[in-house]
Write a protein that binds this ligand. Structure first.
Ligand code: XIL
Length: 309
């Protein structure tokens, strides 16, 4: 059948995968399958703060540039991931800073990074995982700066007015206390004119996940009603540990199919992104959570997406 990217194009959505740029050079098949199947890429790690600004004021863009070049050559859109997150920060960020110093640090980082790729990155995850599983704001090194969330969005908008700016989180796919808190936050930010254009749902799940059970469609709809664009940003699905191999692969395929269907039925859902694409390289280890196997062969989950698109 046709590659996923041409089917997605016909449905007017983008289908993406998270990428480790070093593998583009090391594994020809990795680059080939990525270019053939996806029309959007996101850096799995190399655009995080700890990768880009290892020492204060010292930036390393080599790996990120490699990804941008690959995307350009292969006519792929790019999601930028991520500007403000409490993880994968460089050690120096844990020093003690005054509010004014933190403001300078935040604004230097966002201006430098977003400015460098101005016009080349369609979507930025400006804020990642700011709400904890207890539905309250997490504590982060940024806390010394009051209003840092709102400032981050405003700085990103100023650095690249053409990029759509996102809040991204996990465990908020369905209705619940955490998604309520994110909804309230985004509603309040938009009411005050803070430039938030969209919300990303990560969808790191296991094979028991059921969009219907958690009322994912209703949840997405309330965010859509705020005027937000909706992206599925990091989907992967752990293979279950019970049943025959064929059953387990089919159950996994079913979860991919159901989440894609929810996206396709929501007019504001425009991007469907997987957190990797081959089981040979997944942050979730040996659980085979992706749509190509370790030998780059398509799994039932791949064919489920192909048939659904
Ligand atoms: C993960 C990467 O996949 C790993 O390689 C890394 O060691 C840790 O981060 N939510 C996110 C992503 O927003 O940035 C995380 O990526 C997975 C969870």
């Amino acid at each position: 059948g046709p590659p996923l990217r041409s089917l997605a194009e016909a449905r007017k959505i983008q289908i993406g995968a998270a990428v480790e740029p070093s593998l583009l050079l090391q594994e020809p098949q990795y680059a080939q399958v990525l270019a053939r199947e996806f029309n959007l890429v996101v850096a799995e790690n190399v655009m995080k703060w700890g990768a880009l600004q290892t020492a204060r004021g010292e930036y390393n863009f080599a790996a990120a540039d490699l990804l941008l070049n690959f995307a350009q050559r292969n006519r792929q859109a790019v999601r930028g991931h991520t500007l403000v997150w409490h993880q994968q920060l460089p050690r120096w960020m844990y020093g003690s800073f005054t509010s004014a110093e933190m403001e300078a640090i935040l604004s230097d980082h966002i201006r430098t990074v977003v400015g460098r790729y101005r016009g080349q990155i369609a979507y930025w995850d400006v804020v990642n995982e700011a709400i904890g599983d207890d539905a309250r704001l997490r504590s982060t090194p940024f806390d010394v700066l009051p209003g840092y969330l709102e400032k981050a969005f405003r700085l990103a908008r100023a650095a690249d007015p053409s990029a759509k700016l996102f809040y991204n989180d996990y465990g908020a796919e369905g209705l619940g206390a955490k998604s309520d808190a994110i909804y309230a936050l985004l509603k309040e930010l938009r009411a005050r004119g803070v430039p938030v254009d969209g919300v990303g749902f990560q969808v790191h799940v296991d094979s028991s996940f059921s969009p219907r059970q958690v009322r994912m469609a209703e949840n997405l709809e309330r965010f859509a009603q705020l005027g937000l664009e909706i992206h599925i940003t990091e989907m992967d699905v752990l293979l279950s540990s019970t049943g025959s191999r064929a059953e387990r692969l089919e159950r996994q395929a079913q979860v991919y199919r159901e989440v894609l269907q929810v996206c396709l039925r929501q007019p504001r859902c425009k991007v469907f992104t997987l957190w990797g694409f081959t089981d040979a390289h997944s942050w979730r280890g040996a659980s085979e959570p992706l749509i190509f196997d370790v030998d780059y062969q398509p799994k039932p989950a791949y064919f489920a997406l192909q048939r659904t698109l």
